[in-house]
Design a binder for this molecule. Structure first.
Ligand code: FDA
Length: 393
């Protein structure tokens, strides 16, 4: 049986980075994946250009049962640290919006960079490997014909199964007695039914809105789809959404004061649809007007009715009946409970040598490069701890 210092399960963002860093610090690392190639989610990330980090990374941009858990790892490996590596590899990048950093050319460059770093660390990478059973005996982990004193769970979450995603991380967690916070689809389109479903006729129409769900509030684009709601603003609030919650949308976040009464006074012959159509797409303006039921000239409408229409447009309530699920979710919220892991090293508190990193853990970032930054930061924390343990003998 081949012997290593660490076996890492999952050659995605977190696994590749952890393997490279631990290998470069002297650990003999085996990196295993059942997919035929590494980093498949990285390749499709950011629409093929990989939004590899976010300059505004801060712990409050992550969801977790323990909001403090991610602080240590995030503070020890910052967006600029990853950017330094990207630049050292000559990868051109740009800031798109809201601190989101993308490759100018292709996400392939990030995967190539990670593979080059793995090679530098002498990592033994094996793709297309069915893992089979993981055994733990005499302080060593045995898997796929190899053994090591340390095992890193980096197999991500079950979102987008067609890319090879599975719930293996949770099975392993349970096998080793770690709790799992109920996994659920996040950064996912929401579906509409009943009267709300009328909006699906607007499929393809988008608007810059403020979307709210519970305490979360995001100003970005919302998009109507043939099944319901999507677009960045909706994906963001979806991570905070649970069945039975309403989504509130302000369709005119820049409209100030009593703008509808002002419009009535300035243009009494105009209609609500016309006024809305100056800011929103015409189809959306017409649909909102129909739903509100104020058809005709503004001058013929009472101030009370217009005030109530304005209030409704600032907090339009949708009651999603579900989400598009793991098949379409960009990430999985929930996962291996942080209560059972060290926030310094990502090692299980009660199983020496067992680590969990990346999306497998109950830490979920906002849309915009935060999830990859968590993958890098958690991988870095675990890699340093593993290298230290190896050096200590
Ligand atoms: P990741 O999923 O990357 O890797 C897990 C690895 O484990 C995979 O290689 C998989 O094959 C392997 N594996 C799973 N089950 C296994 C099993 N049973 N046996 C063996 N191997 C197994 N984030 C971001 O910050 N910026 C972005 O631009 C995007 N864009 C984006 C687009 C789309 C369409 C998706 C689906 C996701 C994103 N994300 C993103 C999210 C980001 O891709 C994700 O959070 C990270 O890839 C998570 O990294 P991990 O290494 O934890 O898991």
């Amino acid at each position: 049986m081949a012997e290593y210092d660490a076996i890492i399960l999952g050659a995605g963002a977190a696994g590749l980075f952890c393997a490279a860093l631990a290998g470069q610090r002297g650990a003999r690392v085996l990196l295993l994946d059942h997919a035929d190639a590494p980093g498949k989610k990285i390749l499709i990330s950011g629409g093929g250009r990989c939004n590899f980090t976010n300059l505004h990374t801060a712990p409050d941009r992550f969801l977790s049962a323990n909001p403090h858990y991610a602080k240590s790892a995030l503070s020890r490996f910052m967006p600029h640290d990853f950017l330094g590596l990207v630049e050292a590899h000559g990868i051109a990048w740009h800031e798109k919006t809201l601190g989101q950093l993308f490759c100018d050319q292709s996400a392939r460059q990030i995967v190539a960079m990670l593979l080059a770093e793995c090679e530098k660390g002498g990592v033994d990478l094996r793709c297309g490997t069915a893992l089979g059973e993981v055994r733990h005996a005499d302080g060593r982990f045995h898997v796929a014909g190899a053994s090591a004193a340390r095992l890193v769970i980096a197999t991500g979450g079950p979102s987008i199964p067609k890319l090879g995603a599975t719930g293996l991380a949770y099975d392993l967690a349970r096998q080793f007695g770690l709790k799992v916070v109920q996994p659920r689809p996040a950064l996912v389109p929401l579906t509409l039914a009943g009267e709300d479903a009328l909006f699906t006729e607007l499929s393809g129409v988008s608007a810059e809105v403020v979307a709210r769900c519970n305490k979360a509030r995001f100003r970005e684009a919302a998009l109507f789809t043939h099944r319901g709601l999507s677009g960045p603003a909706i994906l963001q609030v979806s991570s905070y959404w649970q069945r039975g919650d309403e989504i509130g949308i302000d369709f005119l976040p820049d409209a100030a004061g009593e703008w509808l009464l002002d419009a009535k006074r300035a243009r009494p012959r105009s209609s609500l649809a016309k006024v809305l159509g100056e800011t929103l797409s015409e189809r959306l303006a017409v649909r909102l007007t129909e739903r509100i039921g104020l058809i005709g000239e503004l001058g013929n409408m009472s101030d009370k009715a217009l005030r109530s229409a304005q209030a409704r447009l600032a907090d339009w309530r949708f009651m999603p009946n579900g989400s598009e699920g793991f098949a379409k979710a960009e990430v999985t919220a929930g996962g291996i409970s942080t209560a059972d892991l060290s926030s310094q090293t990502m090692e299980a508190r009660r199983v020496t040598g067992l680590y969990a990193i990346g999306e497998a853990v109950d830490v979920t970032g906002w849309l915009g490069g935060y999830n990859l930054q968590w993958a890098w930061a958690s991988a870095h924390a675990a890699a340093l701890a593993i290298a230290e343990a190896v050096q200590a003998g």
